[in-house]
Design a binder for this molecule. Structure first.
Ligand code: NA7
Length: 535
């Protein structure tokens, strides 16, 4: 067997996080660093999610790195919301521009990650049996990378092809002439439905929970818009960094009750036309805090569904009533509700008549069997904790992460877990992460971790570990913040409700990236308060 690869820093994952972490740790600190990536190329989420209609819901000019002004000035986005292929090309360009690929080992999935206390080293193993020894590990595995394929009886006997949107083939899947079934109406199902409907002979959408979605209003980015963005890029980036959500929107302070009903309707109507996350972010400050305020937005969207969808029974089926608007990750769409006016599209309520099994010919629910040629699972991910728990992480005294997290994820600042020294997570549970515009949160984490490792180096320290007390206090604070909002009311992937048996805990920090950034900066300024440092 080959000798283990010896590294200062092992980074796991080559998406937005891993690429930037490699750039900072290798090029700023000069440490021996390598990225291990399961895929054949860079991109992370944007490598795997190639399904029809895959597009970012954040706008291109701010869903991108901010660390290089030259990159900002050189790169040209083609549309308001970037398509998967364009984001992947962007990340490939970043990898080339900063000479990253030479330190990325592709086709290498980390299968075990064990801390050796006596040597103060992490020992990692890849799926091909390669051994790695590293002083630090940075997990950049993403929050939505472990696919959730429901355990339906009989899937192996299905005669047609089936796909999960998060592991889509590189070759085009041709739906022409096919009867397609799509399970799941989260952001992904909502993006894929209109596109598949246009190509397939027939599309059956299996819906368990209706979702609120707002039009994206995608359009090409004009030369003039692009020029104006570039002229103001520094300011746009600064606004994102200082904001609660990582977005360049002005903070909204008005409450839904501050205005009359007709003014409120006008605000919602204007934002509906403007499109995208702005409907939630720029309407009223209390939408995810106050139920009555939330209901004003929810009923506006329900009214829109009633106007758009011709068949009142289908419209009713599409109207969410079981959760406040925005408490599940809010999808944005292109022609989603209109698609249910097409003759070749059916909506099936699997809440009322659940799926019993997948048969040779299709999907069988308690109400009957639907004959299908192709099945698409848009059933989401084991979010936030899934990718970490898949790597058999063991800390001090062989403590398994899955045991440490039996009652839900416990972290200090979403950056480290007590008992797992020198192991950092990027956008882990307990950080703002998925509630924000991800590249901004990723940069903040990677920069904090890089500064931390630099501090360790310059102070002759070799070991940093979150203390139990600091972790407990942080976990309590994260939970208290969540309880101040309506978020915990929804059966969302934020609480793990989509994965049977997963402990219900609201995982991200809801208090805002601005507040969170202050906490992290203060902790660092106080000599990494709440961490035990030693050599
Ligand atoms: P989501 O948002 O988790 O959506 C998954 C959908 O699949 C959702 O409608 C689920 O219904 C449905 N689902 C899951 N399991 C089943 C079973 N067993 N039967 C029927 N329906 C099921 O995943 P997405 O991929 O759409 O989005 C993930 C994130 O990616 C998104 O939020 C963005 O951040 C990007 P449920 O609502 O649980 O009843």
């Amino acid at each position: 067997m080959d000798a283990p690869v010896e590294l200062d820093v092992a980074i796991i994952g080559a998406g937005f996080s891993g690429l930037y972490a490699l750039h900072r740790v290798r090029d700023d600190l000069g440490l021996k660093t390598r990225v291990f990536e399961a895929a054949q190329g860079v991109g992370g989420t944007w490598y795997w999610n190639r399904y029809p209609g895959a597009r970012c819901d954040s706008e291109s000019y701010y869903y991108s790195y901010s660390f290089s002004e030259e990159l900002d000035q050189d790169w040209v986005w083609s549309s308001r919301y970037p398509e998967q292929a364009e984001i992947l090309t962007y990340l490939e360009h970043v990898a080339e521009r900063f000479d990253l690929a030479k330190d990325i080992q592709f086709n290498s999935r980390i299968t075990s990650t064990h801390y050796d206390d006596s040597a103060n080293r992490w020992r990692l193993t890849t799926d091909s049996g390669q051994q790695i020894v590293a002083r630090y590990v940075i997990s950049a595995v993403g929050c939505l990378s472990t696919r959730n394929v429901p355990d339906f009886k009989g899937l192996d006997q299905f005669a047609g092809d089936w796909y999960h949107t998060g592991a889509w083939p590189h070759e085009k899947v041709d739906f022409t002439g096919k009867r397609v079934g799509l399970i799941g109406t989260g952001s992904t199902g909502i993006q894929a439905t209109p596109v598949i409907a246009q190509e397939a002979d027939h599309l059956t959408v299996f819906q368990r929970t209706p979702n609120f979605t707002v039009p994206a209003r995608n359009e090409p980015l004009s030369e003039q818009a692009s020029r104006e963005i570039k002229e103001n890029y520094r300011q746009i980036r600064d606004t994102c960094k200082a904001s609660a959500g990582g977005f360049p929107f002005e903070p909204i302070e008005r409450l839904a009750s501050d205005v009359s009903e007709s003014e409120r309707e006008k605000i919602y109507s204007d934002l509906w036309e403007l499109g995208g996350f702005r409907f939630l972010a720029q309407s009223f400050a209390d939408l995810v805090i106050d139920e009555a305020a939330n209901e004003t937005a929810a009923s506006f969207i329900r009214e829109k569904i009633a106007q758009i969808v011709n068949d009142p029974n289908i419209a009713k089926l599409l109207m969410p009533t079981d959760h406040p608007y925005g408490t599940k990750r809010p999808p944005i769409d292109t022609n989603y509700y209109d698609t249910f006016n097409r003759d070749n599209v059916d909506l099936v309520n699997v809440r009322e008549a659940p799926i019993i099994e997948i048969t040779k010919n299709g999907v069988k629910t308690t109400a009957g069997e639907y004959e299908l040629d192709t099945l698409v699972f848009a059933t989401g991910f084991d979010a936030m904790t899934g990718p970490l728990l898949a790597m058999d992480i063991r800390g001090k005294d062989d403590l398994m992460l899955k045991d440490a997290w039996e009652a839900g994820p416990r972290t200090y600042l979403g950056l480290q877990v007590a008992g797992f020294p020198n192991f950092f997570t990027v956008t882990g549970p307990g950080s703002p992460s998925v509630l924000t515009n991800m590249p901004v949160s990723i940069e903040q984490h990677v920069e904090w971790i890089t500064d931390c490792i630099a501090y360790m180096q310059s102070h002759g320290l070799s070991r940093i570990e979150a203390t139990d007390d600091a972790q407990e206090e942080w976990v309590r604070y994260v939970a208290e913040q969540a309880e101040l909002t309506l978020y915990p009311k929804a059966n969302s992937w934020y609480v793990g409700a989509n994965v049977p048996g997963k402990t219900r805990v609201f995982m991200p920090f809801v208090g805002g990236l601005d507040i969170y950034r202050e906490h992290c900066d203060e902790v660092a300024k106080d000599g990494y308060r709440g961490f035990a440092l030693s050599n």
